[in-house]
Write a protein that binds this ligand. Structure first.
Ligand code: MN
Length: 468
């Protein structure tokens, strides 16, 4: 945990400066989530907003912040002898509360009546959207709202206040992200060194998993480790690497306090890119470097997305996959055949930070509406950047056979796409290059250790462990 003052001051900021209104803020901690029966749960992960304001890992807690009185109460259960026998001793609820700067604790069984009393006095109650069914059931038991009706009662004022606060990372939070990136870089180096013909994807995944486990870290999200990089979130690992494949690894570690890293690298299996692979790789790299150079306060991220798309499109025109004016092609959305996703997202306690609060309230300013153009509609972050934002920058170029087939059949964007040439690239796979950057007062800084990404640097590392 951070020190108690950190949590106290975050709650005070919510109460004083970010005050969603008067009344009470209810923050649900997570409950254990069963795999196949209750006593066999998934590894516990605390709710991120609860972690942000209370920092405690213990399951079955609820936090209540009184916006008018400026007080916080932690609701939970004391451990039982049964808990001690099966799981070992844990601190008392009061001891845990103290580490989060909370003086007042109460049994969970008191919470419903406290909330009922407050509501009968006409005090507003603010709570966040549920992303687990267990949250819906808890809202039902606490507030009497039917589980399928809960979304209609969530507090947009609270969502906005939490987003304003969590979007801007403190130095201590940035250090956590840098810790995550140390370990993230380590597993990427491992994958690159082991990217050699004859090595199963599963072996590389196993090696990365082991490295994280040895360091008492885990993956922040399900990793992609595949020679089929054209599947954007590819979570299967059945293939064996062969000479000439491209291994795409999109993976990130957690820091001890659950901040995420998120990096993507592509490595040529066998140690060198073909001329065609190198051209596409350098097109993506140019787009990424242009985007990173453009990160600065007040610049809308959607403009940086368009800039990356423009650079990629110019390169694809040089290669002969696209034609016409890059500006017009990007405006029309023709590049999305190759780059059908957004340039990036915020990173923090969640790898897609605060996504449970609603992508648009997190990623779009009030005067921006989410585009509906294919590709651009997948852009999670569009809003003007501010110092303290941590964002991923991850352009890609993919050859997705069913998408190409569909567009070609429809004759979509024929003025800009050279489908004959695209046909030569079927089976190419996909390339994405991703780093995480902090927006600073005068620009930005890529976080984490240097993980070289030039063609030469990646070739120099590829497969070196397997051949040694
Ligand atoms: Mn990402």
């Amino acid at each position: 945990m951070f020190d108690a003052d950190t949590y106290r001051s975050r709650r005070r900021t919510l109460q004083q400066q970010e005050r969603p209104a008067s009344g009470l803020v209810l923050l649900l901690g997570n409950q254990p989530s069963p795999r196949n029966y209750a006593a066999n749960p998934h590894p516990f992960r605390q709710d991120s907003t609860f972690l942000y304001y209370f920092g405690l890992e213990r399951p079955n807690l609820c936090g209540l912040i009184d916006l008018d009185a400026g007080t916080s109460t932690l609701y939970g259960e004391q451990g039982t002898l049964e808990d001690v026998i099966w799981s070992g001793a844990s601190p008392s609820l009061q001891e845990e509360a103290t580490t989060a700067g909370v003086r007042s604790v109460a049994p969970l069984s008191d919470l419903a009546s406290t909330l009922t009393d407050a509501r009968s006095q006409g005090r507003p109650l603010h709570f966040l959207p549920p992303y687990r069914d267990a949250h819906r059931l808890r809202y039902e038991s606490l507030l009497g709202i039917r589980p399928d009706r809960v979304d209609a009662f969530v507090s947009e004022a609270l969502i906005r206040a939490v987003v304003r606060q969590r979007s801007v990372k403190s130095d201590a939070e940035v250090s956590q992200i840098e810790d995550a990136l140390e370990h993230t870089a380590g597993i990427h180096q491992y994958a690159q060194r082991h990217a050699a013909p004859g090595v199963p994807e599963q072996t590389i995944l196993g090696g990365m998993t082991g490295r994280l486990a040895e360091a008492n870290r885990s993956f922040a999200f399900t990793p992609t480790c595949s020679i089929h990089g054209e599947v954007l979130h590819n979570h299967s690992y059945p293939n064996t690497l062969a000479e000439g494949d491209l291994l795409l690894v999109d993976a990130g570690a957690n820091s001890p306090l659950h901040y995420a890293g998120d990096i993507t690298r592509v490595t040529p299996v066998g140690g060198s890119f073909t001329a065609r692979q190198a051209e596409i790789y350098e097109a993506v790299l140019a787009a990424q470097e242009d985007a990173l150079a453009a990160l600065a306060p007040d610049v809308p991220f959607i403009d940086i997305h368009r800039r990356a798309a423009h650079t990629l499109t110019e390169r694809l025109m040089e290669i002969g996959l696209m034609q016409g004016k890059a500006e017009a092609a990007v405006e029309a959305g023709a590049h999305a055949l190759f780059f059908p996703h957004g340039l990036g997202h915020m990173i923090g306690l969640d790898v897609h930070d605060m996504e449970s609060l609603g992508e648009d309230l997190v990623g779009y300013a009030d005067d921006q509406s989410r585009p509906d153009q294919f590709g651009l509609d997948a852009l999670r972050l569009a809003r003007p950047l501010r110092p303290g934002f941590v964002v991923s920058v991850e352009p890609g170029c993919y050859f997705i056979p069913p998408l190409i087939e569909r567009w070609q059949d429809e004759g979509r964007h024929e003025a800009f796409i050279n489908y004959d040439r695209v046909g030569d690239f079927l089976g190419f796979g996909g390339i994405r290059i991703e780093d995480d950057a902090l927006v600073t007062d005068d620009g930005s800084r890529v976080l984490g250790p240097d993980l070289p990404k030039s063609v030469q640097a990646v070739e120099a590392r590829a497969g070196t462990a397997a051949s040694a």
